[in-house]
Design a protein around this ligand. Structure first.
Ligand SMILES: Cc1cc2nc3c(=O)[nH]c(=O)nc-3n(C[C@H](O)[C@H](O)[C@H](O)COP(=O)(O)O)c2cc1C
Ligand SMILES: CC(C)CC(=O)C(=O)O
Length: 359
């Protein structure tokens, strides 16, 4: 598909369907899958449609302002790109294309530790609009080096993923293991340790993560960086409170349904998390966002911004940077219209009174 064909794709589901028709089977299995029975994967999306909107009328909506800030960085609308591993499975420009698109849209790209492109190349493309996601390795020296490279390259925050002491059980991947094509190594992983040749690539990565990671490791992280720290994978008020006490920001996520199946969905726990945080930290959310109204609902419940996981990957698969741009622009247009139809002109006007919870 070329950039010229993109306007035929009217929404993120059209993009997902079109991308899935052209993606290599390995990439499709890896990107689309969730853990176990994929209940949480489906529930993430369903949680948005269960919440109904209460629009107000007779408001002058001829000018709508979608702008916001995350950790002091201005965004043209409250949507960023979540960290996803291995963009190179679907496009040779990989994370560089994604970051270029995010920067052009006035958005923000979070670079995964498991990227195909080096941190410095992506940071340059992101032009200051990049956060770096960290998987804490057993080998702290490697982690320290990654953190310091990200900081030196201009990352604006560190996103520590806290829901992955071990990879979730993605049965699609067990049936059809991922073997990265020759020459498609992950620059932040380094050379394979001897004795691990029998493991497929995901299971090998699993051996690098430190399952002993706990709240005390945040002190270590703080000692090696001056960047703000965001904890990604918070599901409860209890952990949100601990995050704030440790000086971090809160990213509500169940990893796109890829970790603990039947875990709560981000949208349903957002109110308890907002109450626990009490304005002391920023709150973000990801999981299942495909519509402008989804963004609106998350912001109305207290998220400062939301992040997209799979959707930009499908855009990338279809048309590289232009495809990711199209994903972001579709969502921006939908959000703009949804604001107008709700009688809201600024994000600050969105609040829980806009919503009617499911009965
Ligand atoms: C293919 C794929 C790779 C992912 N890789 C990472 C990763 O490297 N680090 C991380 O913290 N989260 C990772 N995630 C989780 C996303 O950051 C995000 O939480 C999730 O995809 C959001 O849900 P959505 O796909 O429904 O938007 C990955 C998700 C997918 C689909
Ligand atoms: C390589 C993996 C650890 C990346 C990930 O977080 C995922 O596949 O969900």
């Amino acid at each position: 598909m070329t950039a010229l064909d993109l306007p035929q794709l009217l929404n993120l589901t059209d993009m997902e369907t079109a991308a899935q028709q052209i993606m290599p089977p390995d990439a499709l299995n890896y990107y689309a899958s969730g853990a176990n029975d994929e209940h949480t994967l489906r529930a993430n999306r369903a949680s948005f449609s269960r919440v109904k909107l209460r629009p107000r009328v007779l408001v002058d909506v001829s000018h709508i302002d979608l702008s916001t800030e995350v950790l002091g960085l201005p965004l043209s609308f409250p949507v960023g790109i979540a960290p996803c591993a291995m963009h190179g499975l679907v496009h040779p420009e990989a994370e560089v294309a994604t970051a270029t698109a995010a920067a052009a849209a006035g958005s923000l790209a979070t670079l995964s530790t498991m990227s195909h492109k080096p941190i410095e190349d992506v940071a340059q493309a992101a032009a200051g609009r990049m956060w770096f996601q960290l998987y804490l390795y057993r080998d702290r020296e490697v982690s320290r080096d990654l953190v310091q490279r990200a900081e030196a390259a201009g990352a604006r925050a560190l996103v520590l993923t806290v829901d992955t002491p071990f990879l979730g059980r993605r049965e699609v991947m067990l049936r059809s293991p991922l073997h990265l094509p020759e020459g498609m190594s992950l620059p932040n992983v380094g050379r394979r340790q001897p004795g691990t040749e029998h493991l497929d690539d995901l299971n090998y990565l699993n051996t690098l993560f430190d399952p002993s990671m706990n709240w005390r490791d945040l002190e270590w992280l703080r000692s090696v960086t001056r960047l703000p720290i965001v904890l990604k994978g918070i599901h409860t008020a209890e952990d949100a409170a601990l995050t704030v006490e440790s000086g971090g920001h809160v990213w509500v996520s169940n990893h796109g349904g890829r970790q603990l199946d039947t875990a709560v969905t981000p949208l349903e726990v957002l109110p308890e998390i907002v109450q626990a945080v009490q304005g002391r930290a920023e709150i973000y959310l990801d999981g299942g966002i495909t519509r402008g109204t989804d963004v609106l609902k998350a912001v109305a419940l207290g998220a400062r911004a939301v992040f997209l996981g799979r959707a930009p990957l499908y855009g990338l698969a279809l048309a590289g940077e232009a495809g990711v741009r199209h994903t972001l622009e579709l969502l921006r247009e939908e959000l703009q219209l949804a604001m107008a139809l709700c009688g809201k002109v600024r994000l600050a006007e969105l609040g829980p009174d806009l919503l009617r919870p499911s009965t």
